[in-house]
Design a protein around this ligand. Structure first.
Ligand code: UD1
Length: 417
């Protein structure tokens, strides 16, 4: 077990280079098995989630080589086997092997996926999509057997614009016979990145980034070279930390358009931002104003930034509100922020924050990935040394967080306990 030890009160200055997107990479790695030849994916972050997916590739006998920022995957010798519960439970994105194996071999057997405990996280929309394509889904306890004689294109309307279901259905449909239309698809930049990858392999996917995605099935997918987009959530998290204690902190290698909802909220409360084409320089401003946010699907305010943004709201003057509409259990960081001195109450899916309050170091728990980012943000401005346990959650999604923050002046150490 690891913990983070952070002593607050230091200004962050210098440059943080943003890594490739976690949520793209965790779909691209399983998607690569759809190819008949070798594919190279570059700008893949070295985080535990991508490591686990490579373990699953090894288990399926898929050759994969990790260079510093890229992965070369050759699925030529893949053995389509049942993916055990131990692997499936390690992360949410294990479920992309359902779509990819089904798409390539007409059969996938695996268990209900894991991931952060931020809600019940059903996968009914994924299964509905597979069934519409002609697959039969059998569920025994937690085990899912998904099988088809032949997948056939279909019209699929998603009841919720789920990121995971949209990607999984794309993976299953790219080699299906005929045309598939996904209506009410999710529009996140990661979906566009996956569709581009599939098209680079020879798939015919149009409309990614809009709510209607059209896929015409092809027989073969070939090798390609593909680049992962920058991680907008990692970038957003560091922008928030810069708003809390930055002094011309440069958040580099980003696509600012992917962060528009956050940028407009930061500007609204009074954060100083200097915009570049692929960077933003952020400095802590004075007398931040309170505001309200409501999480929504892209391009709305991302639920994944709600938790670190709540830490920033503790430093705004007056009453702010955070309404969480995507995940029912995403306020687990709040009791810890309150222990550190924040004034926050939660009722139903709304947190009310009264600020601004001085924060003091405490021993806190990263209950999930982005709760961890919220607590790191709080620790950076708290008086004293905060200890954060359950750091494994944070390491699932933030590449080299200790090194990145240390390099810009934070006092942060990771140690084994
Ligand atoms: C992805 C992201 C996660 C982010 C979330 C929302 C990855 C690996 N994770 O998660 O960081 O918080 O998008 O932006 O990319 N739902 C159903 N049925 C389904 C699927 C989803 O009801 O079959 C609901 C969920 O309960 C939730 C909403 O749809 O309320 C959004 O979920 P979804 O977009 O699927 O999130 P994930 O893909 O799991």
């Amino acid at each position: 077990m690891k913990l983070l030890e952070i002593t607050g009160g230091n200004q962050l200055t210098g440059t943080i280079r943003i890594s490739g997107s976690k949520n793209s990479s965790v779909a691209l790695i399983p998607a690569a098995i759809l190819s008949d030849d070798e594919v190279t994916i570059c700008n893949v972050p070295e985080i535990s989630d991508t490591d686990v997916l490579c373990d699953i590739l090894n288990y399926l006998n898929v050759e994969n080589k990790r260079a510093s920022e890229s992965i070369v995957i050759n699925p030529k010798n893949l053995e389509n086997k049942e993916i055990s519960e131990t692997y499936s439970k390690k992360l949410r994105a294990s479920y992309y092997f359902m779509g990819a194996l089904l798409g390539k071999y007409n059969k996938a057997v695996m268990f209900f996926p894991g991931g952060c405990p931020i809600g019940t996280r059903p996968i009914d929309q994924h299964l509905k999509g597979f069934e519409a394509l002609g697959a039969k889904v059998t569920i025994e306890k937690n085990k899912y057997t998904i099988e088809a004689d032949q997948l056939k294109g279909a019209n699929i309307y998603l009841d919720v614009p789920s990121v995971g279901a949209t990607i999984n259905i794309m993976l299953a449909a790219v080699k299906a016979e005929g045309k598939t239309i996904i209506e009410n698809a999710a529009k996140e930049p990661e979906i566009v990145n996956i569709a581009t990858f599939l098209n680079n392999m020879g798939a015919k996917v149009t409309g990614a980034g809009t709510s209607t995605i059209k896929i015409t099935g092809v027989k073969h997918l070939k090798g390609c070279f593909h680049e992962v987009i920058p991680d907008r959530i990692e970038a957003g998290s560091y922008l928030i930390m810069g708003a809390l204690c930055g002094n011309r902190l440069k958040i580099d290698n980003i696509i600012p358009e992917h962060l528009e909802s956050l940028i407009s909220k930061l500007t609204e409360i009074g954060v100083e931002l200097e915009m570049g084409t692929d960077y933003i320089i952020v400095s802590k401003g004075e007398n931040y104003k309170s505001t309200s946010i409501k999480t929504a699907v892209y391009p709305g305010f991302p639920t994944d930034l709600q938790q670190p943004f709540t830490t920033l709201l503790t430093q705004c003057n007056g009453k702010s509100k955070v309404v969480e509409t995507i995940w029912e259990n995403r306020f687990m960081h709040i009791p810890y922020l309150c222990e550190m001195g924040a004034d926050i109450t939660v009722k139903n899916q709304t947190a009310t924050i009264i600020g601004s309050n001085k924060l003091t170091a405490k021993e806190v728990v990263a209950t999930d990935l982005r709760a961890g980012a919220a607590l790191v943000s709080a620790a950076l401005i708290a008086e004293g040394t905060t200890l954060i346990t359950n750091v494994e959650h944070i390491l699932r999604g933030y590449e080299s967080i200790v090194e990145k923050l240390s390099s810009v002046g934070a006092k942060i150490k990771s140690r084994e306990i």
